[in-house]
Each structure stands twice: as C-alpha cells, then as structure tokens.
Design a protein around this ligand. Structure first.
Ligand SMILES: Cc1ncc(C[n+]2csc(CCOP(=O)(O)OP(=O)(O)O)c2C)c(N)n1
Ligand SMILES: [Mg+2]
Length: 312
C-alpha cells in the first residue's frame, strides 16, 4: 500500500473484534486496528496492565483476535524476547513451520517510560527480535490518570492537581540511543504514516520501537469525538514530532519536517492547550502567557535538535 492510498485501501484484517470495553474515542483500539492491518493475522501480542488490558472484555467475548499474553510491567521486554526466541528454536528444530509470527508488545507510557523501562531497555540493548509499541496517552489512565514520565509540563493529573512541574522524558530518543534497527514516532491522527512505519518495521529483524501519540479524552478532559483532532493539533503545533530512524539515521516526517525547517508556521499552542481540561489551571494562571512562551521555546528547541540530528 502506498502512503497516499486511502484508509479504505488498507487490508480488511481486524485485530479488534466487537466487544472491546474501551471508552468511546479511545486511541488504543484505533491504533491496534492499524497494527492488525499492517502486521496481518500471524502475530502474538504481549501487554502489561493498562487501559488496553482492562478493555479486553471477558472470555469468550474478548476483543483481540491474536494470541495475547498479559504480563507484569517489569517483564514485557523479557516476555516478548522469550516468545520470539522460543519461536526461533521451534522453527529451527522443525517443530513448527515458518514464517515466524510477528511478536509485539502493546504497552502504555507508564509501562514503557517508567514501570517497565528496565526490561524494555535491556531488550533493546540485546537487540531482541520483536516490535515494542508504546501507546502514549501521557498518563497512567487506567488507574485514574496519575502522572507518568510522558505527562507534559503543566498538565494536571490526579497526582499533579496543580499541574506537572517537570517536562516529559524523551523516550523515543532514549530508545534511539540504544542503537536498535528501527525507531519511529507516530500519531493516531496520521494513520497512513503509522501504517507505513509498522509495515517497514515488520520486515526488519531485531528490536524495533514505535511510539504512538494517543490522546485520552477522559484523562486529558476533552470530548470523545475529538481524539483525532487533538492528535492532529499536537503534531501541527510541534508538541508531538513525527520522525523515524533506520539504523540510527534519523528522518523527520511531514508535517513535522516543514515545521522544523521553518517552511510552515506552527499552529497556535494556546489553542491546543485550551481545548484540554488538564490545562485549565494553566489557562487561569496569571503567568499563562509566559508559561506558554516557555513551552513554545521547548518545542522549537526539540525540533532544532531533531533537525540537527537528521543531518548527522
Ligand atoms: C508493578 C505495578 N505497579 C502498578 C500497577 C497498577 N497499574 C495498573 S495499570 C497502571 C497504569 C499504566 O499506565 P500506562 O502504562 O500508561 O497504561 P494506560 O493505563 O495509560 O493505558 C498502573 C499504575 C501494577 N499493575 N503493577
Ligand atoms: Mg498511559
């Protein structure tokens, strides 16, 4: 499928069946639909505690149409590596026929940035053969929206009711510094770009990391119908950057590239923030203008750093 093709030109295969208990507008099933279309039915999914696990539903009405292992946070990296290694041995011994199913993790930002970080980092360093997807809804949504290492500056969560006083961790760049074969960022608002990146990752051997920006209505406090629009605003303001790196060579993708090169003006950051209730405190703050200016400078610096890295 070419990137310009319509969404309806993607394969019919559905990884998500009827029966998901996800909230209306949840980005996790939206993302998993694209994953299923790009990877096809021959896949094995590993998950950690998250909204994606909580919304599976009860047997025999569970919604995922691939084998699923629900493991504890610390072991996602080791579990996927173990499954992948066992498949290699079984194929080598002729116990099962190839081709090898694609093994992938579908883990939240809490599971990736914080609670499961050491296991994911170790798998990346060993170059274990699986894809780690982080669906980043910028909080521990499933347990009532606590802050994570991915929660942005000034966002209110139940553990940062006055707004987070630290910025977010650069997890995709941290993963890139592990020197795996493939690292990419994606957005729920750019499904063709996400599909293309998964299709590329599928054909690469070794550790692959793809992080999907996944706006969460109940957590960020916006209406369920706006998930995709909020995701698009994040990219158009530069608050979320789209890029990929093959064997360490970083390429910035459209429309982030045009922002980084100064060819298009970023959309209003204030407009992006004010439609999310999690920034309501910031919007009422007397120092709002200054705080937004500092956030905009942070975005500019991140884009400049990415551009410099893409030219290395
Ligand atoms: C070791 C451990 N700590 C905490 C929890 C409680 N817990 C379950 S889901 C969750 C939130 C996970 O956040 P994230 O990975 O971002 O997924 P999301 O809920 O946002 O989908 C937490 C903290 C747990 N199950 N195990
Ligand atoms: Mg989360």
């Amino acid at each position: 499928m070419s990137i310009s093709a319509k969404l309806t030109d993607m394969p019919d295969h559905e990884l998500i069946q009827r029966g998901t208990g996800a909230c209306a507008g949840c980005p996790s099933p939206m993302g998993l639909r694209i994953v299923g279309k790009a990877l096809g039915p021959d896949a094995i999914m590993v998950m950690t505690p998250s909204c994606a696990v909580a919304s599976i539903g009860m047997m025999p009405k569970s919604c995922y149409d691939v084998p699923v292992l629900n493991v504890c946070f610390a072991s996602a990296g080791a579990s996927a590596a173990g499954i992948s290694g066992a498949l290699d041995v079984q194929i080598a011994k002729g116990v099962i026929a190839g081709p090898k199913p694609v093994v992938f993790n579908w883990v939240g930002d809490g599971g990736t940035y914080d609670i499961g970080f050491q296991g994911v980092s170790a798998a990346a360093e060993r170059n274990d053969d699986f894809i780690h997807f982080c669906y980043n809804n910028e909080a521990y949504s499933n347990t009532g929206v606590q802050r994570s290492g991915a929660t942005p500056l000034h966002a209110a969560t139940t553990t940062t009711p006055a707004g987070k006083s630290e910025g977010k961790k650069s997890m995709p760049l941290l993963m890139l510094d592990h020197a795996p074969a493939y690292v990419a960022t994606a957005s729920i608002a750019y499904p063709q770009d996400f599909y293309k990146k998964i299709a590329k990752a599928k054909d690469i051997k070794g550790f692959r990391y793809i992080e999907l920006h996944a706006p969460c209505g109940p957590g960020w406090k916006f209406p369920a119908s706006e998930t995709v629009e909020i995701g698009r605003m994040a990219v158009k303001t530069g608050a979320w950057a789209l890029w990929e790196a093959e064997n360490g060579a970083l390429t910035i993708n459209a429309p982030t590239l045009q922002l980084a090169e100064g060819k298009t003006k970023p959309s209003s950051l204030e407009d992006y923030l004010k439609v999310q209730g999690r920034f309501a405190g910031l919007m009422k703050d007397a120092a709002k203008e200054q705080a937004i200016a500092v956030m905009a400078q942070g975005i500019e610096k991140e884009l400049a750093d990415l551009l410099a890295r893409s030219k290395r």
